[in-house]
Design a protein around this ligand. Structure first.
Ligand code: SAM
Length: 208
């Protein structure tokens, strides 16, 4: 029998290595334009928002500036350290916690009004995507919202970033969420244009 090999992306050491070697090709140095554009046009109800796999926290700071109470989660120490320093530099009150997102429900069940997803879904082991969807559902209030910009929508299996598709996303989220809006974002950075899909989703009732 061939044993399943755990994917290295499940370990903070993998990501720490990328930060150390400056192989952080995902880094935009600014909030992601699809989120900035979305917030400029419509604002999901204010309250507590979780940013999963927040990296250096650029989106956390944008959400805090827009009036949300923000929690940024990342299991890589360097990401959390830099995110906290950048927020402090802008005098923004954001909670940053170094921890694995897959353990969040133990402390944050039903706690958040909203979840913002950007380049975390594509960073986790694709075999854990169902677990990710359940986790997001569990930490949201029943009337909460998920705003997500999924990337990269393309064929293939190599990653990170691990590709996905509209069909896969609809199938994975259908047991726990309804998609209220789903469209190509208007403001992707150049190299991500045509590979992103922006979704506003609402939770379905939690089954026991
Ligand atoms: C591709 S980076 C994106 C960072 C940020 N969202 C951005 O757009 O700049 C993915 C981040 O997710 C974090 N991450 C991956 N798996 C995680 C997990 N299971 N729990 C917490 N953080 C995780 C990594 O440490 C890394 O900082």
């Amino acid at each position: 029998m061939i044993a399943d090999t755990p994917s290295p992306v499940n370990e903070p050491a993998f990501w720490q290595g990328l930060y150390d070697r400056r192989e952080d090709g995902w880094e935009l140095g600014q909030p992601t334009p699809p989120l900035a554009d979305y917030l400029a046009r419509t604002t999901p109800p204010r309250g507590r928002v979780a940013v999963l796999g927040c990296g250096r926290g650029h989106d956390c700071r944008l959400l805090a500036q827009a009036g949300y109470q923000v929690w940024g989660f990342d299991f890589t120490s360097q990401a959390i350290r830099e995110a906290a320093a950048l927020a402090k530099g802008e005098k923004l009150d954001i909670v940053f916690e170094q921890r694995d997102i897959f353990d969040l429900a133990a402390d944050y069940r039903g706690f958040f009004d909203g979840v913002w997803e950007y380049t975390c879904f594509c960073a986790i082991d694709p075999t854990r995507r169902g677990e990710y969807v359940r986790l997001v559902r569990e930490i949201l209030k029943p009337d909460g919202w998920l705003l997500a910009c999924f990337y990269p929508l393309r064929d293939g299996t190599d990653g990170p970033p691990f590709p996905t598709s509209e069909a896969e996303l609809r199938r994975l989220f259908a047991p726990h969420f309804t998609f209220v809006e789903a469209d190509e974002p208007r403001a992707s950075v150049e190299k991500r244009k045509g590979f992103e899909w922006m979704v506003l989703a609402r939770p379905l009732t939690l089954s026991p």
